[in-house]
Design a protein around this ligand. Structure first.
Ligand SMILES: C[S@@+](CC[C@H](N)C(=O)[O-])C[C@H]1O[C@@H](n2cnc3c(N)ncnc32)[C@H](O)[C@@H]1O
Length: 292
C-alpha cells in the first residue's frame, strides 16, 4: 500500500468514520435511542481532530438549527445503524455464525451487541483506522462479545487473502455488511468486492449493503458538499469517478436473491420518519441479499 492510498482517522475517507461515530454518540444519548454504542463518544474525544463534532442531542441543537444538514444526517445514521444491527443479529440467531464487517470504521458491533454462542467475527478497514480503534477500545476496557479479529486491508486491493489468513472459513455460511462503503470504492473495486464475497460465500450466506442510486451526482450535490465541508470533509474529492453497474444487476448476475427498501421505509419502520429528510435520502436504499 502506498502512502497516498492510506488514511488515518483525521484524513481522507477516515474522517467520515469519525463523523459517523459522532452520529452514533448523539443517537446513543437520545431518550428514544435506536442503538447503544458506549464507545462512540470516546473515539471522537480521542481523535486529534479540530472539528467540534456534537456528541449529544443538546450539542447538536446548539451547533445547528434543526433544518441543518448535520442534524438531518444524524437522524438517518441512527436508523441505519439499527437496521444493519437487526440484520446481522437476525442472521446470527438463525445460525449464520460467521460475520464479516467490511469498512467497519469506528463501529463497535462485535463489542456492543449480544451475539449467539459460537459467533466468529472479522472487521476490515484501513490499518491506521483499525489501530486507532483498537487503542481507544483498549483504553476503554472494551471486550468483544464474540471471537473477533480486526483485519487491516485496503478494500481496493486483494483483501480476501488477508481475511483468509485471519481465520475466515469459506465453508461456513457468512453474513457480510457493506455500510457506508460503496461510494468510496472505484467501480472496478466494487465489482471485485461482490465477486469475492460470492466466491467466499457458502450456501445460505447473506449480505446487507447501503446503496446510493446515482452516487456520483447525488453525493456531489451542493447541500451535501456544504454539510461535508462543515465537518472538514471534502466529499466530492473522496468519490472515485466512473460508470458503475447497478447493485441489483451485479447481485442477479452472481445468482443472489435480494430485496431492498428505501431509507425512508426503514426510518418509518423504526418510528423515525425522515422528515425533513437529509439530502439524497430519496436515493439511499438498504439492500438485503442471500445466496441460495
Ligand atoms: C463512512 S465510514 C463508515 C464506517 C462504518 N461502516 C460505519 O458506518 O460507521 C467509511 C469507512 O470506509 C472505510 N474505507 C473506505 N474505502 C476503504 C478502502 N479502500 N479500504 C479500507 N477501508 C475503506 C474508511 O476507512 C471508513 O472507515
Amino acid at each position: 500500500m502506498t502512502a497516498d492510498q492510506q488514511w488515518d482517522i483525521v484524513s481522507g475517507v477516515g474522517v467520515t468514520a469519525l463523523a459517523v461515530a459522532a452520529g452514533r454518540a448523539v443517537e446513543t444519548a437520545r431518550p428514544d435511542a435506536l442503538i447503544d454504542d458506549p464507545y462512540a463518544a470516546a473515539f471522537v474525544r480521542a481523535a486529534p481532530s479540530t472539528v467540534p463534532f456534537p456528541l449529544t442531542p443538546e450539542e447538536l441543537r446548539e451547533r445547528s438549527g434543526p433544518e441543518e444538514q448535520w442534524a438531518l444526517m444524524n437522524a438517518y445514521l441512527g436508523v441505519r445503524s439499527r437496521v444493519f444491527d437487526d440484520f446481522l443479529l437476525g442472521a446470527a440467531r438463525e445460525g449464520v455464525h460467521q460475520v464479516v464487517l467490511l469498512a467497519s470504521g469506528l463501529d463497535t458491533r462485535p463489542y456492543r451487541l449480544e451475539w449467539p454462542e459460537g459467533t466468529r467475527s472479522f472487521e476490515l478497514d484501513q490499518p491506521l483506522v483499525l489501530d486507532f480503534k483498537q487503542t481507544v477500545l483498549a483504553q476503554e476496557g472494551a471486550r468483544p462479545d464474540c471471537r473477533h479479529t480486526p483485519v487491516p486491508v485496503d478494500l481496493r486491493e486483494d483483501w480476501a487473502t488477508a481475511l483468509d489468513s485471519a481465520g475466515f472459513q469459506a465453508s461456513r455460511p457468512t453474513v457480510w455488511l457493506a455500510e457506508g462503503l460503496l461510494p468510496y470504492l472505484p467501480p472496478d473495486a466494487e465489482e471485485r468486492l461482490f465477486t469475492e464475497i460470492d466466491r467466499l460465500s457458502a450456501a445460505g450466506s447473506r449480505v446487507a449493503v447501503e446503496y446510493i442510486l446515482d452516487v456520483g451526482t447525488e453525493l456531489s450535490d451542493s447541500l451535501l458538499r456544504d454539510g461535508g465541508s462543515e465537518l472538514g470533509i471534502d466529499l466530492p474529492a473522496l468519490l472515485p469517478d466512473g460508470e458503475r453497474r447497478g447493485l441489483a444487476e451485479q447481485l442477479s448476475a452472481l445468482g443472489w436473491e435480494y430485496e431492498s427498501r428505501s431509507a425512508h421505509e426503514s426510518a418509518r419502520l423504526h418510528g423515525r420518519p425522515l422528515d425533513p429528510a437529509p439530502p439524497a435520502a430519496e436515493k439511499v436504499r438498504h439492500v438485503f441479499a442471500r445466496r441460495p
